[in-house]
Design a protein around this ligand. Structure first.
Ligand code: PEP
Length: 261
């Protein structure tokens, strides 16, 4: 049986300042070190924070030696050139970023990102040897109409459509749109049902499907994290609001510590 190390990723969205980053990351690093000492490094989940780009240099310094990694919230599908306001994969690499959130529902909604565009970004990131966190999820109306699986299937297969057969190194984040920033959360059973379905879709595309991590995102917090993370196909969390408080984020990290029976 493959043991997938859990991944807890914080999406800061457009929330940051030099002062608040320093306070948050000092608390987070100290708490993370303490957890490592108590639980042992091997039992710890991978932890990632995704701040806005202007803070990458400062955050790299704040995270130095902490064992916590930094990722990006989006990246251009182009390598370089006349694309005002965009950031390229090579720019992320200059800041030693290895992970990037792609196709977040807020980018799909506010920047009109299509499935096709997301697939181009995913291909660009994988080709560069980086790891995309590919976000998929249905709206409340789509769930009520029984369309959840159809939406997830379309988004997952499209996002992966330009990758070679047997690809590896992709993370999928199931983020039901109705649960993002609303305080509503999928029940552990609802999350597992969709995660199991996503695992099946991954199996259609790669023999590495069993090793790929599928994260849950949507109002995950200190109270509900443990039950969600106990599901067999929930391999971590993509966290918005609760990632802005070191104590809340640390509680979620603690809930993801692997417990030996
Ligand atoms: C998100 O935006 O990826 C997210 C999961 O946000 P929240 O945790 O605030 O619902």
């Amino acid at each position: 049986m493959t043991v997938r190390r859990k991944l807890i990723a914080g999406n800061w969205k457009m929330n940051a300042s030099f002062a608040s980053n320093e306070e948050l990351l000092k608390g987070l690093s100290a708490g993370f070190q303490q957890l490592c000492t108590e639980a042992g490094k091997e039992s710890m989940p991978d932890v990632l924070v995704c701040p806005p780009a202007p803070y990458w240099a400062a955050v790299n310094i704040l995270l130095e030696g902490s064992g916590i990694e930094q990722g990006a919230q989006d990246v251009s599908e182009h390598a370089k050139g006349a694309y005002t306001g965009e950031l390229s994969v090579s720019m992320l690499q200059e800041f030693k970023l290895k992970h990037v959130i792609l196709g977040h529902s807020e980018r799909r909604r506010d920047q009109f990102q299509t499935d096709r565009l997301v697939s181009l970004k995913v291909a660009q990131v994988v080709q560069a040897g980086m790891t995309p966190l590919v976000c998929v999820g249905e709206t409340q109306a789509e769930r009520e109409q029984g369309l959840t699986q159809a939406i997830i299937k379309r988004q997952v297969l499209s996002a992966l459509s330009l990758l070679p057969v047997d690809f590896d190194g992709v993370v999928v984040a199931y983020e039901p749109i109705w649960a993002i920033g609303t305080g509503l959360t999928a029940t552990p059973e609802m999350a597992q049902e969709v995660h199991g379905y996503i695992r099946g879709l991954l199996e259609q595309r790669t023999t590495h499907a069993h090793a790929l991590r599928i994260l849950y995102g949507g109002s995950m917090n200190a109270q509900n994290a443990k039950a969600l993370l106990s599901q067999p196909d929930v391999d971590g969390g993509l966290i918005g609001s609760a990632a802005l408080s070191s104590s809340d984020f640390l509680s979620i990290i603690a809930a993801a510590v692997a417990r030996n029976p």
